[in-house]
Design a protein around this ligand. Structure first.
Ligand SMILES: N[C@@H](CCC(=O)N[C@@H](CS)C(=O)NCC(=O)O)C(=O)O
Length: 203
């Protein structure tokens, strides 16, 4: 199994999940904009996971769910009851569909306006920051005082939320300003597997 990643991206959450699952895999660093990688994922985005079926899997939510489902002993996925599955799906959809996309206009404002002036870019960033803050506040409320994103326990949602919330350090309000997200960070930063992945993925 091969995980295609770029440093600091949501693909690193998949790497953490694979480590937690004790899966056998190779992490392959890519330039997501390169021609070679577009042959693996035509959408030019990481993560992609090649399990040898002839087509790499894409979409972080689906990949993380696949890792959780194929490694049940690691208990990284939802509780099996319908409400448990719903809450997990709702959480992952928020993280990948609302939280992650909120950051992109802040980091790449030129993609979100045809006006090339500095003022236009500043406006996009200001609007983006309001969405990021709203999503961070929602994540903070989801986490609560135990430091976990889903039902008071360690799941792939923790890995994804942690890696994405790190991006807030580059915005006017960092994760340290949100008390429950700070609790998640304390748990993640004291996890040996997480520390190893952060070190290796940034190398
Ligand atoms: N919907 C995709 C989005 C993946 C995505 O945007 N990945 C980012 C890294 S976190 C990326 O590779 N972006 C490249 C780009 O937008 O140019 C998913 O959830 O996996």
């Amino acid at each position: 199994m091969k995980l295609y990643y770029a440093p600091g991206t949501c693909a690193v959450a998949c790497w953490i999940a694979l480590k937690w699952a004790d899966a056998a895999f190779e992490a392959v660093k890519v330039d997501y904009a390169s021609k070679e990688f577009k042959r693996i994922n035509p959408l030019a985005a990481v993560p992609a996971l090649d399990i040898g079926t002839g087509r790499a899997m894409t979409q972080a939510d689906a990949i993380l769910s696949y890792i959780a489902e194929t490694h049940p002993g690691a208990a990284l996925g939802p509780d099996p009851d319908p409400l448990g599955r719903f809450e997990f799906g709702e959480t992952m959809a928020f993280l990948t569909g609302d939280f992650h996309p909120a950051f992109w206009p802040f980091f790449f404002p030129a993609r979100y306006t045809t006006d090339e002036s500095q003022q236009a870019l500043d406006h996009v960033r200001a609007a983006a920051f309001a969405r990021i803050d709203r999503a961070m506040a929602h994540l903070d409320a989801l986490i609560g005082e135990d430091g976990h994103v889903y039902r008071h326990r360690h799941t792939v949602a923790d890995a994804y939320a942690f890696i994405m919330a790190r991006w807030s350090a580059k915005t006017p309000k960092s994760w340290q300003d949100y008390p429950n997200i700070s609790r998640l960070f304390a748990l993640m930063e004291s996890d040996d597997a997480v520390r190893e992945v952060l070190e290796r993925s940034q190398a």
